[in-house]
Design a protein. Sequence first.
Length: 215
Amino acid sequence: MNFWEYLHSRRELLLFETWQHASMVLQCVLAALILGVALGVAVYRSPRWSALAAGSAGVLFTIPSLALLGLLITPLGLGVAPSVVALTLYALLPIVRNTIVGLAGVDRTLVDAARGIGMSRAATLARVEFPLAWPVILTGVRVAAQLALGIGAIAAYVSGPGLGEQIFSGLGRLGGANSVNMTLAGTLGIVLLALLFDGCFLLVGRLTTPRGIRD
């Protein structure tokens, strides 16, 4: 059976696994966005706390994905739970770092001007600092999504959902029937999802970035 015949014969399964993979990654990136931005907002004014937050996220990122997934089996079992926790943790680093860098890089004269006209600290953050930092934060989200898509394939190690099942099954039966087709289908599916996600985030950036900053 050639590759195209394999795709046709397994199209429903492949579409389902593609949807699972995309859904898992999107949910994890959104969770990491909420946590990462909240953490970045809490610490960006303090160099010491900023370094600690970025360093802590970096330490998590150095843990090999297979090792982290394996460690999560004991408290969380197999399946969706360890996969989601691992992907969210890995997606945190670029979002936390870019949030801190983006907010800390806002021109302080603009912040002082906003405070000078009577805006509160919260209003200054929401209406001046965050919009100016948003393109940098969104870049971190794009990086996080690409990382999560790739690491999401390894989640099949703990029976996680998605296209990783195709890759692991194919590699596990190398030399057997359809082993290359399975591995190739899973790999190409993730590559296509990566392109789709990146295009969507570029569009989101275009629609949500103030015109003066964008242009």
